[in-house]
Ligand binder design. Structure first.
Ligand code: RAM
Length: 360
């Protein structure tokens, strides 16, 4: 029975991955806990909040993009927590935010290496699903952080802040700066990015409120979390819409590139810019009058919570079901919400008055 089940798992792995990977993952050493036929069932069972925290685990982090300072900070937070908990941390990931095939192969690599859990920021909500379900069938716990997949493809999602809060507050921040009047544009990351797309939907919904009737969203542009592309997209927006009054860029790479463009142009201080950025990237543009206010959460805390969630899942303290609670060290106690979502907390708004208190 168990053997047949493992064979089917291996056949499925061979079908979706390279034969070499299937052969390695299925050759001989199979994880003790390969029992279930479906990824969802892999997370079934009862949580034991008093179970001891397991040590000696291997936790893999797979960001949307390595070499993106945002993920460097987030994953460092994850690494610190994993090590504090007595386990081993590793990071793999693509260097481009639009390399979904690359992300899939990194999931397969982590599965092949038989990590105990992986924390993944998804470039695309669906593209990783087959590979992640395969990982869960192999007893690996899957946490998404920063950018989710669909809920059936992971055990839990560690969200940076409520998506609704983020989308609506970015529109409010810009509206205050342009006096609720004029054309605006959005400069996003990749067209498939789950997190940015969710926030943009809430921005559009917020704009339906009558208080924004004199504001018009003219375009959503995509800079793919690439500095050069984001810079060029900003330039293109300003050429195409000479009356543009403001830009919202809900990506740390996009907002920095847009600020860089605006600060060296005649639009500096005239075309307003807000969105999600890191204080260290944005400090000089706040000080030179290009940017008034923007927001973000602490990426290191997001990574830390993702790591602690991964270890709590691997230790059986939680399974990812709504209502379960767990202790995340000094961060306090967290409760799992609907669809396995765990919310980090509220974002911080940065401006000239407080930016120097932050260093990330
Ligand atoms: C970029 C990435 C990331 C997003 C931040 C705000 O670094 O797109 O997914 O959360 O911006």
């Amino acid at each position: 029975m168990r053997k047949a089940s493992i064979r089917r798992t291996c056949a499925a792995l061979a079908a979706v991955t390279s034969l070499a990977l299937a052969a390695t993952a299925c050759g001989g050493t199979t994880k003790e806990d390969v029992k279930n036929e479906s990824g969802a069932a892999a997370s079934a069972g009862k949580a034991d909040p008093d179970a001891a925290t397991k040590k000696g685990l291997t936790i893999g982090f797979l960001p949307k993009q390595v070499n993106n300072p945002y993920f460097t900070t987030a994953d460092k937070g994850g690494e610190k927590a994993v090590e504090e908990l007595g386990s081993t941390y590793k990071e793999v990931g693509p260097s481009s935010a639009t390399d979904t095939a690359g992300q899939v192969s990194y999931v397969n690599t982590l599965t092949q290496q038989q990590v105990d859990a992986m924390a993944v920021s998804a470039q695309d909500p669906g593209a990783l699903c087959t590979a992640l379900k395969q990982a869960m069938r192999n007893g690996i716990k899957v946490v998404t952080y920063d950018s989710d997949t669909t809920p059936d493809c992971r055990n839990a999602f560690v969200s940076q802040a409520g998506g609704e809060d983020l989308g609506r507050t970015e529109v409010q921040l810009l509206a205050e700066q342009i006096d609720y009047k004029g054309e605006i544009a959005i400069l996003s990351a990749a067209q498939t990015a789950t997190n940015q797309n969710a926030w943009i939907e809430f921005m559009k919904d917020e704009l339906k409120d009558p208080r924004y009737e004199d504001m018009k969203l003219v375009e959503v542009a995509y800079g793919n979390d690439d500095a050069q592309q984001s810079f060029q997209q900003t330039q293109g927006l300003l050429q195409e819409y000479p009356n543009l009054k403001g830009i919202i860029s809900p990506t740390t790479v996009g907002i920095k590139a847009a600020a860089q463009y605006l600060s060296g142009s005649k639009y500096k201080g005239k075309v307003k810019l807000t969105g999600l950025g890191t204080p260290n990237d944005m400090r000089k543009y706040v000080k030179n009058g290009t940017v008034e206010a923007f927001e973000l959460w602490d990426p290191a805390k997001l990574g830390e919570l993702a790591a602690r969630t991964a270890v709590a899942l691997s230790s059986g303290q939680i399974t990812g079901k709504e209502g379960e609670t767990f202790k995340a060290g000094a961060m306090g106690e967290y409760t799992i919400g609907k669809d396995g979502v765990i919310n980090l907390g509220k974002p911080t708004v940065f401006n000239a008055g407080n930016i120097d208190q932050f260093d990330f």
